[in-house]
Design a protein around this ligand. Sequence first.
Ligand code: ADP
Length: 663
Amino acid sequence: MNETRNTKNNKGPNKKGSKFNIYWIYGIVILVLLVIQVYSAGVGASEEISYKRFNELAQSGAIDKLEVVNKTTAKVYIKKSRLDSEEFKNISTDAFNINQPHFNFNIGTVDALETRLEKINESLQPDQQIFPLYRNEYSWTSALTYILPIILIVAIWIFIMRRMSGGAGGPGAQIFNIGKSKATLFDKDTKVNVTFQDVAGLDEAKEEVIEVVDFLKNPKKYTALGGKIPKGVLLVGPPGTGKTLLAKAVAGEAEVPFFTISGSDFVEMFVGVGASRVRDLFRQAREKAPCIIFIDEIDAIGRARGRNSIQGGNDERENTLNQLLVEMDGFSSEKGVILMAATNRPDVLDSALLRPGRFDRQIGIDRPDLNGREQIFRVHLKHIKASSAVNAEVLAEMTPGFAGAEIANVCNESALIAARRGKKKVDMDDFNYALDKVIGGLEKKNKLISPGEKKVIAYHEAGHAICGWFLEHASPLVKVTIVPRGIGTLGYAQYLPKEEYITSTEQLLDRMCMTFGGRAAETIVFGKVSTGAQNDLDQITKMAYSMISVYGMNENVGNVSFYGLQKDQISKPYSEETSALIDSEVRKMVQIQFERAKDLLSKHRNELEILAHALLEKEVVVKSDLELLIGNRPYPEEEKLKKQLPDQIVSIEDVDDNNTTTT
Ligand code: ADP
């Protein structure tokens, strides 16, 4: 991978560049101190004398000259001719003293010295009189008292700055690199191995991005007719549906440089860094044009401005977004820079970002349908050694609502499980196990469940399944299990929803009734309820409030929807009376459906008993087992419709003591 300025993994290249080391400063300071020490040792070699001794020397006419340094110290030089005498025996042999003062003394004040010298000169011959020479001398030691603190402060500052930038971008990062973009560059030297072949399904999305690749390769073809090449392509869809994969495939196919960066990489604790990184990214891109920039999770910077202003502190993100908008306006797509971005929250994006001229194309990527899932399974099955019994079509049917990432996960898990079991090939059993694991979590073999509790769970799950079986508009069952899994999960029922894009009141009511099946069964069979229905009740309450206050499905409240209003306002967008009315209608609706579920299960008590006993015995019951036990579903099967709406209702019961949920 050719990482131009990635500061995370580039210990190697950056180390070479940073020759500066903090230890150099320490070394220099110590060296300076040593030099001063040696130098000042020489200066201090002259002998310090008293004023009395100076007086004697002056009277004897031995003084050649007198120097007063810095108005504090007098330096006495003895005449050369006198140095040989016995009196100066000790100093005359000292090599140091040839050009050095021989004695020194403290003068006190200049005035005091002058007065004393006047007195001495009175008694001396005119040619022997002493007139001092005043001189200023800057000693290293005094200079050091100023320099040393400055050096220390600078050293500490550099140290802190290096630490700060190191924390943000790895050990080699410099503070000066902080405004540089952290995008990873893929170009012809760093081949991306992902191609469009690896992206299964998503045919329409692929078509759109293939065109983008074509724009970059043959821009003339499109501009010849006066068309403008789009500047930006936004991939929108739930997590794990293959947006990043698609972008990588574009990089693999386009054969042009491809910059990839995550929205959060622009965000830093320093103000202005985000904007500077955006500028740097586009500058680099312009240098490499034609090329593609891919910003993953663009909602990290592209959130609508002005929202959440109560919290404050959004300025930096807004500046970054503004810079991105400016850059997108600034570059012309003729230069061959196309911006791709991915998000799963298009609703929070700023409208300025979404307008044509910036992100001209928005490509919706949804969870795959049955066909899509089958194709994705085929892509991922290629990478594992699966037995011939493993059928992508069957697997696709068993995984309603799964996104590509979950399918990849199931394939990987099943291979790991098969390996753990010491098999040579992955078979269907491993896939079943992996599916359960992905949906419900890890099987808890040693979880102790009392027979009484197990019975409650079995009837609860059977209640859901039987309700769904005999309600016309409910989704047909795929599988029901009471194997304890994951944290606090004691069983689940999985359904296969129909292909629909709008839902009728009847369907929602049937769904609500089916969700009540668990609690209704408990009430009928045991005469009491348990905490196991918490998740169900949660779903039911949400559903009931949505039906009444969002979808306008209640006669008394009327055809009104408060969804949009509720989003924009903190307080309720309706009066207290309406609020009370909604509450009472919700209660009424919920109660009716609960009674309905109870009636239905009382009517089919026999079937309920059969399924509950089968569950207690086998722990897992799939649709075909149920058909053998209680006959076919009384409604025509929708399965003939090959394409199905990707959606999944999984009711996961929770009756674990550790879990604090209560009803
Ligand atoms: P997101 O939409 O969150 O960016 P990714 O593109 O990162 O999702 O998908 C995660 C993984 O899921 C991919 O690496 C790939 O293995 C798998 N995947 C998702 N969609 C598909 C697909 N259409 N075909 C093949 N694999 C897919």
